[in-house]
Design a protein around this ligand. Sequence first.
Ligand code: SF4
Length: 323
Amino acid sequence: MPVLDVQNLRTYYYTLRGPVKAVEDISFQVEKGEALGLAGESGCGKTTAALSILKILPKGGKIIGGKILFNGQDIAKFNENDMRKKIRWKGMSIVFQGAMNALNPVYKVGDQISETILVHEPKTSKKETKERTEKLLEFVGIDQSRADNYPHEFSGGMRQRALIAMAVACNPDLLIADEPGTALDVIVQAQVLKMMKEMKSKLNLGMILITHDLSIIAETCENCAIMYAGKIVENGDVLRIFKEPLHPYTQGLIKAFPSIKSAKTEMTSISGFPPDLLKPPPGCRFHPRCPYAMDVCKKEDPKTIEAAKEYYVACHLVEQQMK
Ligand code: SF4
């Protein structure tokens, strides 16, 4: 059983101008010990999908349909009390974008990790809390002697690691990381990602990595879901997506990304802009930008089909080619 099985999730933001259809009918799964990369341009719904899973949407945001099966239980139906007591931190946790500044500057880093343990597992003894905190710090590559340091005494990469330690302090089954590499230089970013990769296998942790940086996904994830304008357009094995992308949007994203291996390939960007999700275009949401758009694309929303084993695409062209 996957640790997370999202089925036909829909999340809208209700604004004075009408509902913003930020996440529209998305489905994906995350297995234990594996990472799913959620990629796409800014505003495509990646972060909204994560906030929906944890049910921490900002004001105006509402899950209006679908299931969120976490270890087989539909948590979309859970109330705030259930989410707080049973799911967040103990079941799943999140490390936010730019989270390096999320540590409290006036408390020692070790105390902040210990507090996370004590808030969610109040029966833990002082001795055990201290031992777990030190172990967590070591686990993320920080010497336990640094537990008594304040956040300003840590580098950016260390603060990011400390936050990841805090996120896994109560042994969750799923960790969501939203742009974990943002604000870190490339070398530190690579170290943090390597550490997360090791953590995933050692703790048998399911992971969702949200990023617009495809190289991070290629390096860290087993599976990848590409989002465009609130929808998942392609989803499957990461190597296959990068090698033989089927959806025109994925092909465009990959062409727009620099490759070290094929240095001579010209980088081309996708023309046009993502649609306004207050009024997304009818049919395929990508059709105004798609070089292969056909009449049917302007009228009918493409169904998601299984183009290969456990490999899913939503595109009329791919569907026609498969017939
Ligand atoms: Fe392009 Fe049509 Fe496929 Fe959309 S459904 S990506 S418009 S070919």
